[in-house]
Write a protein of this length. Structure first.
Length: 759
């Protein structure tokens, strides 16, 4: 009989295994995957607290004396897939990280900020998770830790993996970094790790660069991790990421080769943290995301009258494990019965105790509890024996167990006549049903008594006996706000509600108001005001336009963040946003008054362009005149004129001045060119002396016609032709004078000779 029973159990196991393979009971396990931590922070300068959430990772909290700690979205800055940690955990894009500053921006040890992370129960163990420090350049970070038992960890146990640069220029797929100081291409800087002191220090020049990073994978279970951050120059900031790699752990629980449903499974991590779930109707269970580590243990409570046949033992979870099966057997000659508990309407009732007794002796053979489907199984019963199944409020049902090795006997349903209770509710995210399935558990006295999965619209319900319960679930998305446990007390025939209204956290933002005016106080409407974080990636770029009265309000700024606010036409202003609400002090900008241009051309009455002529524009009302001078081609450009203003424009001065032209300037830009005409210039040159004519033959003195030399000038001066005296004409005049002098000298000599002959 024992042999036949074992054969039957083996065949049952084969059929069950085939059914699980075909039905995909274990294929639902989540695949090995990497995750980046979700940060949250609260508090104020030098008194921050926060938490980091990772799937399958112990609860992680931190406290910091940083003067600024803020959670960054990771939309623009992160660890790309080609960085060393990105190759292990995947791209961190759109996953949060923590930005922090020193306690004070001074170069001394007293100004350092201390941030300590505490891991509840300790981290899982060697490997499986890492932390990354970024933007270590004009600063340094000293790293220390304690073991899970409270003893100091060695520097080697921090697991320094290496230094690198996360800029896309050297890590494809990474973020786009600006050039380093001095025009050096980005991606060149890396920090230096001192394995003797545990100090990660930036470049020797303490220049503010981008992308300098290092990563660590601790080799032991840590209880705390401390980062002491210190400035070396400027206003540095550093970044912190946490990441882990998870794998799924799944298996099947059986009793005598048959599925063992609705049974609690406990997995104990190497650090002692326990995770629980329950087997489904096929006896299968899954833990979809546990941090990779060695030393996991699986435990399942031994059913009544059964013994443990096989267990997976210690599990090394470095990849998905799908065969962590646990098998129980009952002693030879024992069998099992199964059944259900329903109400008068035939609805299954969960968490109902069922007792199996021997009616002949009154001996209790087994005590079990129905699962969420109202089903139960009682094992270890004597074969071919009359038994009774009972529960308070229902008529006892008799049955006879099967022969040794025979199939499980199904007992008639127990029908509860007592008034039952209903616990119902809905799981929502921002008022709507979650996009993925959500499990809901019913807990009593610390034990999970029923599990169900919320429907597509997020609703669920349990039919139970009156009592006090706790309903619990998990957040539908990481970081969602809302209670995960609700306590309820049910009454006979009553309905209790336990809703789980989760909300997606909205980033906390602050505002900064101000105004833009001209120097004379006139408001500037419709101009653009831009607030850009000084540290790239530490917040969104906010752009607004001024209102009709010149005011603006920058909303959506990240609290406690340095911003550069700019308005075209004036110098930018640096501000640090407030930590809550609206900034009390406005940021105002004053612009110089706007001006426009008025071009034109000046010609004379003959149409010839006139150069070097002054042009003056005088306001017909109040205001100062504006002047310029024509170029060689007669053009001019009057700059600095008030827009939409009437001016009188005159070219030239005195008798050579043009008639005024009245023009109204344009509102912006440059006006239509003017054409101005000035009179043609008439210039009288200085008279030039005429050469002396030779004496007449009679020996008297005389003058050349039109000459003023030696007497009157009845002919007047030579007429001015308008031509300039050239060097050739001057030379010719000199030659004429020399020639005249020579003739006079010869005439005088001839005269003396004649007088001598006459004597």
């Amino acid at each position: 009989m024992r042999r036949w029973r074992m054969v039957t159990a083996g065949l049952t196991g084969i059929v069950l295994g085939a059914g699980l393979a075909l039905g995909g009971a274990t294929s639902a396990s989540a695949a090995t995957v990497g995750h980046w931590g979700a940060f949250e922070v609260s508090g104020s300068a030098r008194a921050y607290t926060g938490a980091v959430a990772l799937p399958g990772f112990p609860e992680t909290t931190f406290a910091s004396t940083s003067r600024q700690a803020q959670v960054i979205s990771g939309a623009t800055t992160g660890q790309g897939p080609a960085t060393p940690p990105g190759a292990v955990y995947g791209n961190s894009r759109n996953n949060t990280y923590l930005n922090q500053r020193p306690a004070f921006d001074q170069t001394n040890a007293q100004s350092a900020a201390v941030t300590t992370y505490t891991f509840a129960g300790g981290t899982p163990g060697a490997g499986g998770w890492s932390f990354v420090l970024g933007d270590i350049d004009a600063d340094q970070a000293t790293i220390s830790a304690t073991l899970a038992n409270g003893q100091p960890a060695s520097i080697a146990q921090l697991g320094y993996q290496g230094s690198y640069n996360s800029c896309s220029t050297v890590s494809p797929g990474g973020w786009s970094c600006p050039a380093d100081p001095g025009g050096v291409a980005p991606g060149q800087d890396t920090p230096t790790w001192n394995a003797g002191t545990g100090v990660l220090v930036g470049n020797a020049a303490a220049n503010d660069t981008s992308g300098a990073s290092a990563w660590f994978t601790p080799t032991v279970s840590l209880g705390t991790l401390t980062i002491t951050y210190q400035q070396r120059s400027g206003l540095p900031v550093y970044q912190t990421w946490f990441a882990n790699r998870t794998s799924s752990l799944s298996g099947v629980a059986t009793l005598d080769g048959a599925a063992l449903p609705n049974t609690t499974v406990t997995v104990t991590a190497p650090n002692g943290t326990e995770y629980t779930t329950t087997t489904d109707d096929q006896g299968a269970y899954t833990f979809p995301a546990l941090t990779q580590a060695d030393g996991y243990q699986v435990a399942i409570a031994t059913p009544d009258n059964a013994t443990l046949q096989s267990t997976p033992g210690t599990i090394s979870l470095r990849a998905d494990v799908t065969d962590a099966d646990v098998a129980f057997v009952t002693p030879p000659g024992t069998v099992a019965v199964s059944g259900t508990v329903v109400d008068t309407a035939g609805t299954p009732v969960a968490d109902v105790p069922v007792t199996i007794t021997d009616p002949a002796t009154g001996t209790v053979l087994a005590e079990v509890v129905t699962d969420s489907d109202g089903a139960y199984t009682a094992s270890g019963l004597p074969a071919a024996t009359p038994v009774e199944a009972s529960t308070p409020g229902a008529t006892t049902v008799p049955a006879t167990t099967g022969a040794d090795g025979a199939a499980t006997v199904v007992v008639q349903p127990l029908v509860l006549q007592a008034a039952l209770s209903t616990i119902s509710g809905r799981v929502t995210l921002d008022g709507a049903a979650p996009s993925s399935a959500v499990d809901v558990e019913l807990v009593q006295d610390g034990e999970v008594v029923a599990t169900t999965q919320a429907a597509a619209d997020g609703t669920y319900d349990f039919r139970v006996l009156p009592g006090t319960y706790t309903v619990r679930t998990t957040a539908p998305v990481a970081g969602a706000d809302g209670a995960t446990e609700v306590a309820v007390t049910t009454t006979a025939g009553g309905t209790s509600s336990a809703d789980f209204p989760f909300v997606t956290p909205v980033p906390v933002t602050v505002t900064q108001a101000g105004s833009v005016t001209y120097i004379d106080g006139t408001p500037v409407a419709g101009t653009t005001v831009t607030a850009r974080p000084v540290d790239a990636g530490s917040g969104a770029v906010i752009v607004v336009t001024t209102n009709a009265d010149g005011s603006y309000d920058l909303t959506g700024l990240t609290p406690g963040t340095d911003y550069r606010i700019t308005v075209a036409g004036t110098d930018p202003q640096l501000v640090t946003s407030v930590t809550t609400g609206a900034a009390p002090t406005p940021v105002d900008f004053v612009l110089p008054l706007p001006t426009v241009d008025q071009p034109g051309t000046v010609t004379d009455s003959d149409g010839v362009a006139v150069a070097d002529v002054p042009v003056v524009a005088t306001p017909t009302g109040a205001g100062d005149p504006v002047s310029t001078t024509t170029a060689a081609d007669g053009t001019f450009d009057l700059t600095g004129l008030a827009p939409s203003t009437e001016y009188s424009v005159v070219a030239g001065t005195g008798d050579q001045a043009s008639a005024p032209q009245v023009v109204t300037t344009v509102a912006t830009g440059s006006g239509t060119p003017l054409s101005i005409v000035v009179p043609a210039a008439v210039v009288t040159p200085t008279p030039t002396p005429s050469p002396t004519a030779p004496p007449e033959s009679s020996g008297g003195t005389g003058t050349l016609p039109g000459s003023s030399v030696g007497g009157s000038t009845p002919g007047g001066p030579l007429a001015f032709t308008g031509a300039e005296i050239t060097p050739a004409a001057i030379a010719a005049g000199i030659l004429v004078l020399l020639g005249g002098g020579l003739l006079t000298f010869r005439a005088a000599r001839n005269r003396r000779r004649t007088e001598h002959l006459q004597d």
